[in-house]
Design a protein around this ligand. Structure first.
Ligand SMILES: NC(=O)c1ccc[n+]([C@@H]2O[C@H](COP(=O)([O-])OP(=O)(O)OC[C@H]3O[C@@H](n4cnc5c(N)ncnc54)[C@H](OP(=O)(O)O)[C@@H]3O)[C@@H](O)[C@H]2O)c1
Length: 314
């Protein structure tokens, strides 16, 4: 096994220095890794702008964070539902008018293992629509601010990228045929990762090295992911797997590393490096080649601009 660049324990938030004056935007912070990442960034002095679909849950998360860290923390929520493109556009508009500088946009929110095929607007399959197209639009709209800020885009993917059909089902993107919760979730997470590497290609071609883009995943972490959208059977399976999982806090480390660590290689894939990449010291680890298939990722990008009607201004 390759040596971990951060030593035996791997990357930990001890490496984060004082973040006073820095701003991080994170999607999906009401629970799980997004909540933990927010907590750690705030504890280091950063300003955190949360993007959540449920204002009550966001308010509760902010109250909990204030109880833990004190009333002085600089945290706010903007309502954004990734399943609704207008909501994403409205949230982006607010950010562009109110936030002057962003160190990193962390695309963390997701739904997973939706039991029955469900279509959202534009007839997108729900996991593809929320996890992938929602974040694609958000990233594209915030790109000018990220460029001005020399900031980062961090996508929280999943080892699911290497499950399912391991490519994009271009002839049936929304699973009219052969829907399974896992295949559809896996495609959405693969699409999220592929678009990050494709973004890197496009930035390089345009000689724009100032914005950095990273892909990572939280391993197998104890969060609300399956209880929010998975079937009863999935919830039972995940409950039985609990001894093999890690805390939500540890699950937040890869995204924190990608958002804050200096001189991090963009071309790598980051997550736990222990058993099955579910747990263990955080660092770079193997990425299967299908996630960087240039032909597929270019086609996916062009299709995504068409589907969302949003063109990146790179
Ligand atoms: N946990 C794991 O083992 C695991 C494994 C692989 C990858 N991941 C990835 O890790 C990331 C974080 O997930 P988690 O495990 O921390 O799950 P989680 O606890 O369920 O957190 C997911 C967050 O996403 C939000 N969200 C869901 N749908 C949304 C929408 N339409 N618009 C805006 N926000 C929405 C949720 O908000 P609500 O409170 O409103 O539902 C919640 O804040 C995801 O990208 C997931 O795919 C997790």
């Amino acid at each position: 096994m390759k040596k971990n660049a951060f030593g035996k324990k791997g990357w930990t938030p001890d490496r984060i220095e004082n973040l006073n004056g820095q701003t991080y935007i994170i999607t999906g912070t009401t629970s799980g890794t997004g909540f933990e990442a927010s907590r750690i960034l705030l504890s280091k002095g950063a300003k955190v702008v949360m993007l959540n679909r449920n204002p009550q849950k966001a308010k509760a998360a902010i109250e909990t964070l204030k109880e833990k860290l004190g009333n002085h923390i600089d945290v706010s929520n903007i309502k954004m539902d990734l399943s609704n493109q207008d909501s994403v556009k409205d949230a982006a508009q607010i950010i562009l008018s109110e936030v002057q500088h962003v160190n990193a946009l962390i695309c963390n929110a997701a739904i997973a293992q939706v039991p029955q095929r469900k279509l959202i607007e534009k007839d997108w399959e729900s996991q593809m629509g929320v996890n992938y197209f929602g974040h694609f639009t958000l990233q594209a709209l915030l790109y000018p601010l990220l460029e001005k800020s020399k900031g980062r885009i961090v996508t929280v993917g999943s080892m699911g990228y290497d499950m399912g059909i391991k490519t994009i089902k271009f002839d049936d993107l929304n699973w009219a045929k052969d829907y399974t919760p896992n295949n559809a979730y896996s495609q959405s997470k693969l699409a999220q990762i592929m678009s990050i590497y494709e973004l890197q290609n496009r930035l390089k071609e345009a000689n724009k090295s100032e914005v950095k883009a990273y892909a990572c995943h939280p391993g197998s972490s104890r969060t609300s992911l399956i209880s929010t959208s998975g079937s009863l059977m999935m919830r039972i399976i995940f409950f039985l797997m609990t001894p093999l999982t890690q805390s939500a806090e540890k699950g937040a480390y890869p995204q924190l590393m990608c958002a804050t660590e200096k001189d991090l290689d963009q071309t790598a894939f980051y997550g736990p490096t222990g058993r099955s990449n579910w747990v263990g010291p955080v660092g770079a680890h193997k990425l299967e080649s299908h996630a960087k298939d240039k032909e597929v990722s270019k086609r996916l990008w062009d299709l995504s601009e068409q589907e969302t009607g949003i063109k990146w201004n790179i």
